[in-house]
Design a binder for this molecule. Structure first.
Ligand SMILES: [Zn+2]
Length: 336
């Protein structure tokens, strides 16, 4: 059994799971990052203890703990550096968790865990050249090349959300202008709707009480609201630019989209994005390309924790890239 922790900017998902992928127990609570790293890590450690309360038998069968955290995360020392989503600077999660639990966890960036989850548990398993892109409050990515996770020199690779797609565009949390995250994330969608409201427009999206986010914009677009559909078209445009760039750079076999916006807007985004990207990239790079939305939902990061903890435990982390270049297609979520 594996303990999995998905530490996100807004919520923490935790689970005890079998190595084959069945979840036995779950916990979910708000991150409340403003309380600082000590408080969050204390609550995660308490959550682990709570999930293991079922008895000594459970604790004895745990083979490891996997912790996924927002980046930037250095590798191999796994220190969170200047994370805009957590507001943390230089926090060594591995050491902090070891001090609290007595076990050294496996720590990985959340989008890296997600691409591993997709690689081992997704609809097309063992895709050698696979990109995972989360479109949620922010935008991030995980990169598998030749069956190996690509972290870059310092662990900082995969920051797809900070690819500039609009010169002189919206100001990003990283300080630049026109990053994909600033133009097409859930936060950007809410901002676009808010700006329309301030101009006295977008009334089709403001039918209820409360703030307007991607959910309300999507619902208005499905009703045919013209302004909401314009926002959706802009998001498709920016994501299309970014995915086209990535396809021509990496020539992946598959791109998997995840995160709340991808999951909630699948009917609005997926087909237009497929058409846009296939029309714009080199024909050779479009030949085998598939773009899909993850079937693992918001658990994709937890699945990555299960897979990576299990893999390193059983194989000592020494496995080489697998032979062959074809994915193994499964119709439902099978487990390796
Ligand atoms: Zn940025």
């Amino acid at each position: 059994m594996v303990v999995c922790v998905d530490l996100g900017g807004s919520k923490v998902l935790m689970a005890v799971a079998m190595a084959e992928g069945q979840f036995l127990r779950r916990l979910k609570f708000p991150t409340q990052s403003e309380k600082g790293p000590e408080d969050i890590l204390d609550r995660i450690a308490a959550g682990v203890q709570e999930m293991l309360k079922a008895g000594a038998e459970t604790a004895d069968r745990i083979v490891g703990i996997g912790v996924a955290t927002p980046g930037p995360l250095s590798f191999p020392d796994t220190v969170v550096w200047d994370s805009p989503n957590l507001g943390w600077n230089r926090v060594n999660i591995k050491e902090e968790m070891k001090a609290r639990l007595g076990w050294e966890p496996l720590v990985e960036k959340d989008t890296n865990m997600a691409v591993l989850g997709e690689y081992y548990f997704g609809q097309m398993q063992r895709c050698q050249n696979l990109l995972y892109i989360t479109v949620s409050t922010g935008i991030g990515g995980g990169i598998m090349l030749g069956g190996q996770l690509y972290r870059g020199q310092n662990g900082g690779a995969g920051e797809i959300g900070h690819m500039v797609v609009a010169s002189g565009g919206r100001i990003c949390g990283c300080g630049r202008q026109g990053c994909l995250e600033a133009q097409a994330s859930g936060t950007a969608i809410a901002q676009m709707a808010k700006e329309l409201g301030q101009e006295g427009k977008g009334q089709g999206m403001f039918s209820g009480l409360g703030t307007v986010g991607a959910k309300e914009v999507g619902e208005a677009a499905r009703r045919g609201d013209r302004e909401a559909r314009t926002i959706v078209a802009q998001v498709v445009d920016y994501l299309g630019i970014a995915l086209g760039n990535l396809v021509n750079i990496f020539n992946p076999e598959k791109i998997v989209l995840g995160g709340a916006v991808s999951l909630g807007w699948e009917d609005l985004l997926l087909e237009p994005l497929r058409e846009r990207v296939k029309a714009e990239v080199f024909p050779l790079n479009a030949r085998d390309l598939q773009i899909e939305v993850t079937r693992l939902g918001e658990d994709v990061v937890l699945y990555g924790c299960i897979a990576e903890v299990g893999r390193r435990k059983t194989e000592g982390g020494k496995r080489k890239a697998e032979d062959g270049r074809s994915c193994i297609r499964v119709d439902s979520t099978n487990f390796f």
